[in-house]
Ligand binder design. Sequence first.
Ligand code: C5P
Length: 248
Amino acid sequence: MENNKVIIACDFSSSEEILKFLSKFGNKKLFLKIGMEMFYSEGINLIEKLQNIGHEIFLDLKICDIPNTVYRTVRKLSALGIKMLTIHAFGGSNMMSSAVEAANKKILILAVTILTSISESMLKQEVIFQENLSENTHILPKIVMRYSENAQKNKVDGVVCSAFEAKKIKQNFGNSLLIVTPGIRNQNDESYDQNRTATPEQAKNLGSDYIVVGRPITRSENPVNEYEKITDEFKRSAKNTYKTTIRA
Ligand code: C5P
């Protein structure tokens, strides 16, 4: 199968809806992201059905729990033959290393840093104690970098982050961390609930290895055209040329 770098976020509410959507693509083999809504309602049956058709699966469950529970969960999910699975970097180093150990190199473990729907001001108002922060202190990129560093130290395969943090992560960690970027929008697209959005070209130029695109494709009047357009733009854009200074 060709190496798909554009992952379609299949945020639908039933198997029928997904299959109807996919039928528009004919025999094309795609890389599909299945999230919580679909997995919790349709479960392993859906994953197997999509894999039998020939699609690759990124299971985006954003797992976050105590290390033992995560180990046991990831061990079960690794047996499904999926390609990627997400955990939250917020869960800490022990949780991340438990996930990596349980995956046993059968699947790629990705650590979600800060959701692309979270903005700097939201983080300051809702998550962080802001008493000692000046208005000009940007904490979001610092948290993303710290999470990425923890992920790399614990041998996590990659991180999920916005395109705007991708550049610094590539500069610091080179190819030791895959970068997967959601929040992708064309210039005139609606942003929906996403805050830190980038075009496919910006994402590629900033260092993203894969992009995740949902509504711009799934809600398009012509999803196949939109997918091809985004894939071409991502493929065509210059590969990043950042120096890779992998930390010991
Ligand atoms: O429709 P849209 O293109 O915004 O879809 C983005 C997808 O990526 C959603 O399924 C969302 O859950 C996921 N995601 C994200 N931001 C992250 C991690 C995952 O938007 N940091």
